[in-house]
Design a protein around this ligand. Structure first.
Ligand code: SAM
Length: 244
């Protein structure tokens, strides 16, 4: 069937490719990819070869109209290197324009590192807020953190190993020393999720930057701390002066 197929792919373990995703990739006329070498491996895993065309931040605006035109008579699949397309990856404008042109759009749901990390960390899951990658520069990063400090939800960030310790320290500074988790290499051989406080985790990773791909999970703000004892006493003393 012609149209646009958004296809989630594994974030590490190839066994996580769903049979339906494999079927769509095997029957697509064209696959729009981030990196054809990465997707070629996935196609090899399912025993197929397909025409691929690059679709990434640098060429998306130029190639999008052509892709949208082809969706009228061809099945076009969109994948990213790993996980769910559109989530800290290109694709939303392709979906927007495909819809505007009246083409069928369907999604093949599957792995997403942010949601997988949320299920590992043991932090509240009823409300969560995904922020993708924080800005690299310290000032912009601190501003972005300050903007979400009051949100009563678990926060999710993507990060790389070399930047992890500095980001954890900036989070502790801007959010207070909350409970957090660092999920790494999810679904791969060295999967781990280390939990602790933001300052404890910042210290741990300052000693040695970890390898691999990382999601930071930060718990929601705690209840307002009880008023300090001397504040209570001062208030009591003040109230007593007003008694008749
Ligand atoms: N679209 C992808 C998804 O649905 O998860 C995310 C793409 S984003 C460009 C890549 C980032 O996702 C990595 O830098 C890392 O923060 C996170 N990530 C991807 N795979 C991961 C894994 N196996 N374990 C932990 N984090 C992962």
């Amino acid at each position: 069937e012609p149209g646009l197929y958004i296809v989630a792919t594994p974030i590490g373990n190839l066994g996580d490719l769903s049979p339906r995703a494999a079927h769509v990739l095997a029957h697509a006329d064209l696959i729009a990819v981030e990196d054809s070498r990465v997707t070629a491996k996935l196609l090899q895993h399912i025993g197929t070869k397909k025409p691929m065309t690059p679709y990434h931040d640098h060429n998306a605006d130029a190639v999008r109209p052509g892709l949208v035109a082809r969706m009228g008579h061809e099945a076009i699949a969109l994948v990213s290197d790993a996980g769910t397309p559109l989530i800290s990856d290109p694709g939303f404008k392709l979906v927007r324009d495909a819809r505007a042109a009246g083409h069928a759009v369907t999604t093949l749901p599957g792995p997403c590192a942010a949601v997988a990390a949320l299920t590992l960390a043991g932090l509240p899951t009823d409300r969560f807020f995904f922020l993708g990658f924080l800005p690299a520069k310290a000032k912009a990063r601190a501003d972005a953190i300050a903007e979400v400090a009051a949100i009563r939800a678990t926060l999710l960030f993507y990060e790389s190993g070399p930047r992890l310790a500095a980001t954890l320290a900036a989070l502790a500074e801007g959010l207070g020393d909350r409970e957090a988790g660092v999920a790494r290499e999810i679904s791969k051989t060295f999967e781990e999720c280390v939990t602790g406080t933001l300052t404890g985790l910042a210290e741990r990773y300052a000693e040695k930057a970890p390898r691999g791909e990382i999601v930071i999970v930060v718990g929601p703000p705690g209840e307002a701390p009880p008023a300090a004892e001397d504040e209570v006493e001062a208030a009591l003393a003040e109230a007593l002066t007003r008694l008749p």
